[in-house]
Design a protein around this ligand. Structure first.
Ligand code: ASP
Ligand code: MG
Length: 441
């Protein structure tokens, strides 16, 4: 049997008892005949605590040292997990990201994996050991310094290792039973999705669903690596994130080597039009009021934001009023970048000649996602009617081929999510969702 990569999030290894419980699951997988590679996150809230510690010591901790500090969290969990597995009579060896061959660029705090050379992991597996790898970290190819991949990056470590090792599957263990049609904390009858495509999962993750790290899904799609999202607290079947062809079939689990859809028990099924509703409360909205409607004005506004390293999301520009030849440009951006953006834009006031800036951080984004909307007319109408019936005012709209997003007042996010969820009949009769841990990671 092949290689299985399992990733355990911080809430799955929050304390000694949880570490021992996870060790048992790992040993059971090994006993079933698989080679097992485990990627772990830092225990519980360790990463947040380390960040607090750094901030107490220094207002602006040097990025290199902050990465060195944060990677210590994962080193604690990998070592104690290896000990717990050893206690069960199974050899386990822990490796830092660097030792496991996770090579990155040199962008501290948000490094990208550029290569994985898992020679030491392969050797450990050949010798019958379980390999435990510290998630969320690597080593820079150029500076040789230790880097981190950004918050939540252990998912990406797991998928990257799975791809490099040609594993059968990458299992992501978390504190919920899988991916749901909406956040069960908002929609009580949210349904667990048995299978979902990479594309839909990317849209969900990019629009606020917290279940998987965005880059991990991108990596999995590029490498056609099936992801199995499950709870480490239960034995439920979880959610498979697979290619869109495999996502359309029902039946037994999609084995990588057999090829999705090759099992004769599987039958093709009409795809659900909408797979889920995602929401995001981490954004803010800026409106540049009274921009002269001239060539190049929007460009200079966006250039200023780009130069300030701000990732903007939705942009809306109105037609200018004929009498004034002035227009308003609104866009959304991460709340954390709000002040930087306002400062960068204020500097342009005279050169661009706009009237004023408006900042609103009490907004939220609600998105419906589904590959089936490509071929079904009327989806937007149904979505908007449901919002209207719930008394939700739409402030901005954006769409992709398989997603429709609206910006609404933050206080109306819950109502909007529930309305859309009900309008597309995504709910189930029995309550399915159990949140076992705390954070959803
Ligand atoms: N421990 C890191 C974090 O909390 C990485 C991870 O959990 O994936 O962001
Ligand atoms: Mg974490």
């Amino acid at each position: 049997m092949g290689i299985v990569v399992q990733k355990y999030g911080g809430s799955s290894v929050a304390d000694a008892t949880s570490v021992k419980r996870v060790a048992q699951r790992i040993v059971a997988t090994k006993k079933a005949g698989h080679d097992v590679v485990v990627v772990v996150s830092a225990m519980g809230d360790t990463t947040d605590e380390l960040i607090d510690l750094a901030n107490e010591i220094s207002p602006l901790p040097p990025a290199r040292e902050l990465d060195m500090l944060l990677t210590a969290g994962e080193r604690i969990s990998m070592a104690v997990l290896a000990m717990a597995i050893g206690n069960l009579g199974q050899e386990a060896r822990s490796f830092t990201g660097s030792q496991a061959g996770v090579i990155t660029d040199s962008e501290h705090g948000r490094a990208k994996i550029i290569d994985v050379t898992p020679g030491r992991i392969e050797k450990a597996l050949q010798e019958g050991a379980v390999a435990i790898v510290a998630g969320f970290q690597g080593v820079s190819q150029t500076t040789k310094d230790i880097t981190t991949l950004g918050r939540g990056g252990s998912d990406t470590t797991a998928v990257a290792l799975a791809a490099a090792l040609h594993a059968d599957v990458c299992e992501i263990y978390t504190d919920v039973d899988g991916i749901f049609t909406a956040d069960p904390r908002i929609v009580s009858n949210a349904r667990q999705i048995p299978r979902i495509s990479y594309e839909e999962t990317l849209e969900m993750a990019a629009n606020g669903a917290k279940i998987l790290h965005l880059r991990c899904v991108e990596y999995a799609r590029r490498n056609a690596m099936p992801i199995h999202v499950r709870s480490s607290f239960s034995d439920k079947t979880g959610t498979w994130v697979v290619s869109s062809e495999a996502a359309r079939t029902v039946g037994t689990k999609p084995a990588r080597d057999a090829g999705p859809g090759s099992n004769s028990e599987e039958t093709s099924m009409e795809q659900a039009i909408i797979s889920g509703v995602a929401h995001d409360r981490s954004e803010a909205k800026i409106t540049v009021v009274g921009v002269p409607d001239k060539v190049g004005e929007a460009a200079s506004i966006l250039r200023a934001l780009g130069d300030a390293q701000i990732n903007i999301d939705m942009i809306v520009q109105n037609v200018s009023a004929a009498t004034t030849a002035l227009t308003d440009i609104s866009f959304t951006l991460p709340r954390a970048d709000g002040q930087t953006a306002m400062t960068a834009l204020a500097r342009l006031k005279d050169s661009v000649g706009f009237e004023r800036l408006q900042y609103d951080d009490s907004v939220g984004k609600v998105s419906i996602v589904g590959a089936g909307m490509r071929s079904s007319p009327g989806i937007t109408a149904t979505f908007f009617e449901s919002l209207a019936a719930a008394g939700v005012n739409i402030e901005m709209i954006s769409t992709s081929e398989i997603r429709i997003s609206v910006v609404v007042a933050e206080s109306q996010v819950d109502a909007a999510v529930n309305a859309a969820h009900a309008a597309f009949d995504l709910g189930t009769d029995e309550v399915q969702a159990v949140v076992y841990g705390g954070t959803g990671r």
